[in-house]
Every structure is written in structure tokens, then in C-alpha cells.
Design a protein around this ligand. Structure first.
Ligand SMILES: Nc1ncnc2c1ncn2[C@@H]1O[C@H](COP(=O)(O)OP(=O)(O)OP(=O)(O)O)[C@@H](O)[C@H]1O
Length: 956
């Protein structure tokens, strides 16, 4: 037997590495590092020559694919040259798979053309082996050599589970460096062991692996690569749940909720490519619009679509969707009113109030409008004019279209009376037009139905208290009306238009003339949690078909407005096909340690969202908290950023310094970095960016240094959410440098397990270089963090109201043993809550109960208690692996202990499991024996007995 290169581990039944050649990919694999359960470990020993032979075979196939590309390129060049300079591309439509702008190699950049091989049994096309790549490639006979990853067939194969491979006999992931195959990984293999492979029988659970559990060596290596400030596509390592959303074929709006780094942006961009594929929706590039939060974000994602072969898709920064220049910023109060969809009603009323059916007295005498005109009179009774106005007003259509209707009928009536009075006159177009332009006629028209423009109306609404007060009754409160008023400026050109004003102006143009902005067949909106309702209305107008992909995270809202659930925004955005919500729950960016550090803050800022489980292995260098004096903040942060930027000798690592917006600290950092960059040659400039916290949405860096988080969190109601965004931008490490105490939800100063009050926390800066003054009063850094940078255990969640806790413990203070019992129980409950799965399930249920308009609460002992329409309910939640009978029995005991301490028994008691129980008879057993009911997570919903009671639904 040949030499052994690498063993393969399986997680959840999937082999995760095979025969890697000692590079980082395979080196990254271990059951522990990927957080796996260790179940089903299969050792697979691959002889060296076997590996060489496989790589050689794959290399031949890859070379052939590139040869075909080259052949096609020559063919295209030939066609172009035969059609002359003027119409070089006229014959190209007849060449299969030619991208709109030919040049596959250039489009791909460094990305490999081919990344997967699939062998199938009983293939209807009569072939056994297929290769999947970023583009389709055909050979000289027109046969497919590589199929595009976007085809239905490729997606089905990429999504297949190792435990249910279907027709797949072999699925081989390929790793290439340029055009060279360097490695491969077979994650579905022939069932019959190859005679050259020796397989140790596996003990694999047939249960499907939870999301993220199939993280393989290629994925982990990919996540570890240095970030150069530009996003890359993820087709080679895309995960099943992500691919499901990319290829979701349902009509309507698809809302993708997901915590930081769960791949929402990646999913949105890959979905665009999927939609453009002629075998899927076949949209043209200019049918699609991608809306991003800011220019930096658009730059960051700019390479992804071209690399995937999709050029010509418009991308736009959200604020640029509306015509006009933003000259000012609204006060928070004005912003909240003007961006609310009630503003659309106010504007509608302002516009309609322009129509005044009763002609003013100056135009009417003796109830008749009459004016001399070329030897006769133009006359019409006032009542008739009023009827014409009312009729046009009550018809459908925009203001100016209805005005035209009125003008036409009014002039027609004048004309016909006039023609009768002067029989020699021909009622032709010239006469008609003359009558319409006649001064008194035009003046009456303008008096009853003025020709308005959007700017004039909005200025009046915002400057004139009478206008807004007249339009707002029943829609805006007195205070809200006051909030939008601003002093009048004398010239329209000086009006301080804000972004919300520009959105209102578009709404007004729509009301006035029916003006439609450019329309698209599909719109992707990223960071959509920050859209205002008025912006959402306007975006919906751009997509009358209601086909959109809406990506966001409610916990990352950085604007003044926060949505508890997606329903409100999605309802505005969607059309007749409605909307669907999907959630991504696995994080691919942020290291586990940093995510845990951020988790309490995430839960505090949005109860309804799931904190992602990080697929990136824990690493004790991922998190550093450092305290220094206020005068040294900038220097200390910069020193740390530079250290990080230059620490990795093998590759350049990107670093972001994130500071509170609009502060002297931010300016100081910007100045210092600019000065530094001015002093070194371009090649030596460390890749350090300085960013205000509000400009970090959607971005990522290898290392992030967040400076003075308390100041970020303190910047208005959105501050804590901005801080959450800032601390979740890193792929390698987060450093927090602070002078002020850390915000409670980060440092958790009062969490007893973390703080040793008698021991002043030591700043690592002080310890390391002695440069910072000691800060003896520092109460916020846990010794745990200061010593090893690891994240604290998740502290007790303080945000859920405690009222309604019918089973609040009532400890008899005199009974020492009872107290010890209670504290041991609390400890066990606390330990459970440090399990991600436990907390995911628990918060999901809490969100569900809030959705049912109940007020769930928790205590140090009870996971959830809730007074529902069917009485008080106590829930005991189980974490990872909690679906076994043994764990369920333990949980029953826990319920009894909790009730014993509370001295009360709930009317309903539920066990809440993360997945379906095994064995299936367990719930019935527990109901019969203990009167405890079991429910569990089932995909994105719930299953089990008596769900109506469990989910707080009213009887009947
Ligand atoms: N399946 C995957 N394989 C490799 N990398 C992935 C995968 N999924 C996501 N990533 C990487 O994780 C990082 C985060 O992805 P992305 O920016 O799409 O997340 P997000 O959910 O939009 O994050 P945020 O909400 O913080 O903006 C990116 O570097 C992306 O390339």
C-alpha cells in the first residue's frame, strides 16, 4: 500500500476531507475545530498513488474544458473578423453559450472554471460523468463539457445529501489554483468500497445534519483566506440552505433574514445569476436592479456578478434611487414622520386639496361664467362647471390627467355654446385652443384646478402650518405635524431637501402625473432592514411584478426606525404574489468567540431574530479587549491595527478601525492613518481603513478594531444596533479598545460569573507594554477576557419583562439546604443557556409568543413562562441533543424542580425540543406519566402535541 496523506472525518455522516496534500484546507479539518458532534467518524485511508491518479484525471478534464474555451474564443474572433469592424458581433448569437461580452478567462479572474465532478447512475443523457463550473462549456461537437452551476441539474446535485445521494454515485469537489488541480474532496462516494480504499465501517446517524454541520475542509479554508476588500463568489462552497434560497422559484418577494455573515449578500448576488440563466427565469441583465446600502458596499460586491458571468446588472446605492440632491438631514422626529407610509396619505390629501369645484366669485356673476370672445361670449353656468370639476375629480387617474379631463370637457362645452351663438364659426382645433388659452378661461381653470408641481406642493406642506394641518387630521398627531414643519426659505433653489423629501417628491410626482421611475422585473435589496416604509413604497413602484429578493437582519437596523418583524416592510414591497420569509442561521464570517461576545447585544436589540451559530472554529486570539486612558485611545487603537495588518507574514490582512460617527476620535484616527499613508510608499501602506460605525453595514475585514464602543452604543436609539454591526465585521479577530466602561451588554459587568469586583480588571495594554495608565476603577472587563481574550458565557438575558412570572421562585431564606438546591438549579439552567441551540430554540418560541401578542417572560429558573389564553404555561427548553428520551426525562425532572421552588404548578407544561424526539413514542409516554406535553422545531415551524396551547393561540 502507498503512503497515507490524510484521514477523512465525517460530520453528520458526511466525509469532510479526503487526501488533501498537506495544505491548509485539510489541515483545517478536525471534528473539534468545526464544532462537530464527532458522530460517525469514518477513517478513510487513501494511497498516495491513488490520489495522484485522481488529480491527473481531473487535470485532464480541466485542461480539456479550457481547450474548448480557447477553441470557442478563436471561433468567436473568426466570426467577428468576418463581419467587419462595424458589426463584429452579428454572428455571435449563433455560437452556443457565448457570454454577452466574450472572454471567459478575463471574466473569471483568478476563479477556476470547473469546481465539481459528479458521476451519476442511469443518466437519461447516457453519460456518467459531469463537471460543474462557473460557466457552461461545449466541445467542438457542441456537447456540454462543463455545465453551469445555475442549471437545475447542477443545483440538484450540489444540494444532494451524502445520506441521500439519489442518482449520484460520486461527488467530487475540486480545488484549483488557476488552471491547476491541487486537491479534491469526495463527499459522496460509491457505496461499494473501492478496492484501493480501505474503509472503516461508519456509525453514521441517518439523521440529516443541521445547517452548517457539513462544513468541510474546503469551506473552512475558504473562510480563512485573507479578505482584500472585494467580495468573491461562493459557488464552490455554497451550502445547501443558501442554494435553496438562490434557486427559490416561488413568485413574489423572498425575504431572507439572517444574522451577520450568514451569506445573505452572497445569496442575493448568486440569485441574480440564477435568475439570468435562460433555463431558469431567463431575465436580461437590465431587467434586474441590485440596491445596496452605500457606495463602499457596492464597491465591495462589484466583482461578484462579472466573475459569475453576469454583466450589465445595475447596482445602486439606496440613497441614489431618488432624483435630486440631498442637502440636509432631517431631525429624528421629522424623519420618523416623513418616512412613514402615512405620509403618502398626507401628500395625497395635499394634492387633492388643490381641486376646488366651486369657482371663485371673481369669475362668476349671476351664477354664470361669461367672458366676451371674438364677437360673442363664452358662457357656462357655475353649477355646470362645478359638476364638471366633481366628475373629473372623482374619476380615476393622477391629478394632472384628471385636470386635463376637466379642461377638455369645460372647453368643449364653451366651444359648443359659442359655435351655436355664432353659426358661421367652425368649431375646429384652432378655435378650441384659442378658447383654452383665453385669459379668463385659463384663470378660471387655474382657480378651480391649479397645475401644480411636486416641489411647490412639498414646500407648502413643510413650510405652511395651515397646509399640513389641513391635510393631516386623523393621520398625523399634532406633535407629528409640528415635527415636519420647517422655516420657509425664500428661493426654491435653496430648499434644504433631505433624503426623505426626495422620496416624498417622487410620491408626489406619481400622484400628480403618474410618473413612473424605471421599472425592473426583479429587484434585490440588501440591508433592507434600513428601508423606510416610504422608500419601500417607492421601490415597489419600480417592480410592478412584485418579484424581489429582500435581504436583511432586523437586529442590524442602523436607522432610527426598527421593525420587530418583517411583515410590515414585506407587505409594502410585495405585490399580488405576496412574500415568503426564510432564515439563514449559520454564520460564515465571524469567529465563534466574537459571535458569542456579541450574542447578548444581538438578543437585546432584536428579540425576534436568531443569533447565528458560527461555523468558524473557536480561536483564543479572536477576541481582545483592551482598556486605556482617553488621551491614548487613538494611538492605542492605531498601534493595534498596524500590528494586526502586518502580523501575518504570508499574506496581507485587511484591518478596519471603527469609531463613533462624527467624533473627534474618528477625525483623529483618520488624520493619523492619512498621515501614515502619506509617509510610506504605496506598496508598504498597511491595509488599514478608518470607518464611522454607520458606514460598516455589509462590509467585512480580516481584523476589526472597534474604538470606544460605549460612544457608538450611546449615539441615539440605533446606537446599540450600530455597535452590533461594527463588532460583527471581522473574519479573524475583533479588538475592542476603550476608555469608557464597556456597554453593559458587551462587558456584562454585573454578570457575577465574569467579574471579580475586588480585583481591578487589568488592561492587556497595560500588561503588555505598560504604555497606558492603570485604570483602577475599571469594573467592566471580565478577568476571563482580560486573560485569554475568550468570550464570556452568555449572561442572563435582561431584556424580557419580568411581569407575568407566575412561577417566580420564592425561596425560603431560612432554609440553607433549600438555598443551595436553588443555586445549583440556577447553575444548571445557566449552563443550558450557554448552548446556542438551546437559546435559538428558546428565542424562537419567545418570538412566536410575542407574535401571538402574549408577554412571555423568563426567570433564572424557568426558561419561559407565559400566561396564554388557555392559562399559565411553563416551558422547559432542551438544547443540542435534547431529543433523546434520556434527556427528555431529565427535563421532566427539571420542570418538577422548578415548580417545587416556585411552590406552584403551571396549568400546562411543555418540553421544547430542537428536533423531533427519538424514539417517537417518548412524548406520549411523558404526557401519560407526567402530564407534560412535548413540542419540537420542525424545519422553520413547530410540531408536536397541543401546539395551539404551546403557541398561545386562543381556544376556538
Ligand atoms: N457557503 C459559503 N462559502 C464560503 N464563504 C461563504 C459562504 N457563505 C458566506 N460566505 C462568506 O461569509 C462572508 C459573509 O457573507 P455575506 O457578506 O454574504 O453575509 P451577510 O449575511 O450579508 O452579512 P451581513 O449581514 O453582516 O452584511 C463573506 O465573506 C462570504 O463570502
Amino acid at each position: 500500500m502507498g503512503s497515507v496523506d490524510r484521514a477523512t472525518l465525517t460530520r453528520g455522516g458526511n466525509p469532510v476531507a479526503l487526501a488533501a496534500s498537506g495544505d491548509r484546507a485539510a489541515g483545517a479539518v478536525s471534528g473539534d475545530r468545526t464544532g462537530g458532534t464527532g458522530a460517525g467518524i469514518r477513517a478513510l485511508v487513501v494511497p498516495h498513488e491513488e490520489r495522484i491518479a485522481v488529480i491527473a484525471e481531473e487535470q485532464r478534464a480541466v485542461d480539456h474544458a479550457y481547450d474548448c474555451v480557447e477553441r470557442r474564443r478563436l471561433g468567436v474572433d473568426r466570426i467577428r473578423s468576418t463581419h467587419g469592424q462595424e458589426h463584429p458581433d452579428v454572428g455571435l448569437p449563433f455560437v452556443p453559450d457565448v457570454p454577452p461580452e466574450f472572454g471567459v478567462e478575463d471574466d473569471l479572474g483568478e476563479q477556476p472554471l470547473v469546481f465539481m465532478r459528479v458521476d451519476v447512475a442511469d443518466d437519461p443523457d447516457g453519460r456518467e460523468t459531469w463537471r460543474i463550473g462557473r460557466r457552461a462549456v461545449r466541445d467542438a461537437e457542441g456537447d456540454l463539457v462543463v455545465i453551469s452551476w445555475t442549471t437545475e441539474q447542477a443545483i440538484r446535485w450540489m444540494k444532494a445529501r451524502a445520506s441521500r445521494p439519489g442518482e449520484i454515485r460520486l461527488r467530487r469537489k475540486l480545488r484549483l489554483h488557476g488552471r491547476t488541480v491541487t486537491d479534491y474532496l469526495d463527499d459522496i462516494r460509491p457505496r461499494v468500497a473501492n478496492r484501493r480504499l480501505q474503509e472503516v465501517p461508519e456509525a453514521v446517524s441517518p439523521a440529516e445534519e443541521p445547517p452548517g454541520e457539513n462544513a468541510d475542509a474546503f469551506l473552512l479554508a475558504d473562510l480563512d483566506r485573507a479578505r482584500d476588500g472585494l467580495m468573491r463568489d461562493i459557488v464552490e462552497t455554497i451550502q445547501r440552505d443558501q442554494l435553496d434560497l438562490v434557486s427559490d422559484g416561488r413568485p413574489g418577494v423572498l425575504v431572507v433574514q439572517g444574522g451577520p455573515g450568514t451569506g445573505k449578500t452572497a445569496v442575493g448576488l448568486h440569485r441574480v445569476v440564477w435568475l439570468l440563466d435562460p433555463t431558469n427565469r431567463g431575465l436580461a441583465p437590465d431587467d434586474v436592479l441590485v440596491v445596496g446600502p452605500h457606495r463602499g458596499f457596492l464597491r465591495y460586491v462589484s466583482q461578484v456578478l462579472p466573475r459569475l458571468g453576469s454583466r450589465g446588472v445595475a447596482t445602486v446605492e439606496v440613497a441614489r434611487l431618488w432624483d435630486g440632491e440631498v442637502r440636509a438631514v432631517d431631525t429624528p422626529a421629522a424623519h420618523l414622520v416623513k418616512s412613514d407610509e402615512r405620509m403618502a396619505e398626507v401628500l395625497r390629501r395635499v394634492v387633492e386639496s388643490g381641486i376646488r369645484p366651486e369657482a371663485p366669485a371673481s369669475h362668476i356673476s349671476d351664477d354664470v361664467f361669461s367672458t366676451p370672445y371674438r364677437g360673442a361670449a363664452l358662457t357656462l353656468p357655475g353649477a355646470e362647471i362645478e359638476a364638471l370639476v366633481v366628475e373629473a375629480r372623482d374619476s380615476s387617474g393622477p391629478y394632472l390627467v384628471r385636470r386635463r379631463k376637466f379642461v377638455d370637457t369645460f372647453v368643449d362645452r364653451l366651444l359648443s355654446r359659442y359655435a351655436k351663438a355664432l353659426p358661421g364659426q367652425r368649431p375646429d382645433g384652432a378655435l378650441r385652443s384659442g378658447i383654452e388659452k383665453h385669459g379668463r378661461v385659463a384663470s378660471l381653470i387655474n382657480a378651480v384646478w391649479p397645475a401644480l408641481n411636486a416641489e411647490t406642493i412639498l414646500r407648502r406642506t413643510l413650510n405652511d402650518p395651515d397646509a399640513i394641518h389641513a391635510a393631516a387630521p386623523g393621520v398625523l398627531t399634532e406633535q407629528e405635524r409640528e415635527a415636519v414643519l420647517r422655516p420657509r426659505v425664500s428661493r426654491a433653489s435653496e430648499e434644504p431637501w433631505t433624503l426623505d423629501d426626495l422620496v416624498c417628491l417622487e410620491e408626489l410626482r406619481h400622484l400628480l402625473s403618474g410618473d413612473e421611475p424605471r421599472r425592473y422585473r426583479h429587484i434585490v435589496v440588501d440591508e433592507a432592514q434600513d428601508l423606510t416604509p416610504m422608500q419601500a413604497r417607492s421601490i415597489a413602484r419600480r417592480c410592478p411584478g412584485g418579484s424581489m429578493t429582500v435581504l436583511g437582519d432586523l437586529a442590524q437596523t442602523t436607522g432610527a426606525r426598527q421593525y420587530d418583524v418583517w411583515g410590515r416592510l414585506a407587505g409594502i414591497l410585495s405585490g399580488r404574489d405576496g412574500w415568503h420569509l426564510a432564515e439563514l442561521a449559520v454564520g460564515y464570517r465571524v469567529p465563534d468567540e466574537v459571535m458569542r461576545f456579541a450574542a447578548p447585544l444581538a438578543r437585546a436589540v432584536s428579540l425576534s431574530t436568531t443569533v447565528p451559530v458560527s461555523v468558524r472554529p473557536a480561536d483564543e486570539t479572536s477576541l481582545t479587549i483592551a482598556r486605556t486612558g482617553p488621551e491614548r485611545l487613538a494611538d492605542e487603537a492605531l498601534a493595534r491595527a498596524l500590528d494586526l495588518a502586518t502580523a501575518d507574514l504570508e499574506r496581507s490582512r485587511s484591518v478596519a478601525l471603527i469609531a463613533p460617527d462624527g467624533t473627534a476620535l474618528l477625525e483623529e484616527l483618520e488624520r493619523k492613518v492619512a498621515a501614515l499613508q502619506g509617509t510610506v510608499a504605496a506598496d508598504d501602506v498597511p491595509p488599514v481603513s478608518v470607518l464611522p460605525a454607520t458606514m460598516t453595514r455589509g462590509l467585512e475585514f480580516d481584523h476589526v478594531v472597534v474604538v470606544e464602543p460605549a460612544a457608538i452604543a450611546g449615539q441615539g436609539p440605533a446606537g446599540p444596533r450600530r455597535l452590533y454591526v461594527a463588532i460583527t465585521r471581522c473574519t479573524q479577530s475583533l479588538t475592542v479598545v476603550h476608555a469608557a466602561p464597556l456597554p453593559e451588554l458587551l462587558g456584562a459587568p454585573e454578570a457575577p460569573a465574569l467579574v471579580a469586583p475586588e480585583e481591578p480588571a487589568t488592561s492587556p495594554i497595560t500588561v503588555q507594554n505598560g504604555s497606558a495608565p492603570p485604570v483602577p476603577e475599571e469594573p467592566t472587563i471580565s478577568p476571563l477576557i482580560a486573560q485569554n481574550g475568550s468570550a464570556p458565557p452568555v449572561p442572563e438575558e435582561p431584556t424580557i419583562p419580568e411581569e407575568n412570572t407566575t412561577m417566580e421562585p420564592d425561596t425560603p431564606a431560612t432554609d440553607e439546604s433549600f438555598r443551595s438546591f436553588v443555586s445549583s438549579l440556577e447553575e444548571r439552567v445557566g449552563a443550558d443557556r450557554r448552548c446556542h441551540v438551546h437559546e435559538q430554540v428558546r428565542y424562537r418560541l419567545i418570538a412566536e409568543l410575542h407574535g401571538a401578542r402574549l408577554v412571555p417572560s423568563q426567570s433564572p429558573l424557568a426558561d419561559i413562562v407565559c400566561k396564554g389564553p388557555r392559562g399559565a404555561v411553563l416551558y422547559e427548553v432542551l438544547g443540542e441533543g435534547g431529543h433523546t428520551y434520556e434527556r427528555m426525562r431529565e427535563a421532566v425532572l427539571r420542570i418538577m424542580e422548578v415548580e417545587h421552588v416556585g411552590g406552584d404548578r403551571a396549568e400546562h407544561r411543555f418540553l421544547v425540543l430542537p428536533q423531533a424526539p427519538e424514539p417517537a413514542w417518548a412524548p406520549a409516554m411523558l404526557t401519560t406519566a407526567f402530564d407534560i406535553t412535548t413540542i419540537w422545531r420542525d424545519g422553520t415551524g413547530w410540531a408536536g402535541e397541543d401546539l395551539a396551547t404551546a403557541l398561545g393561540q386562543a381556544p376556538g
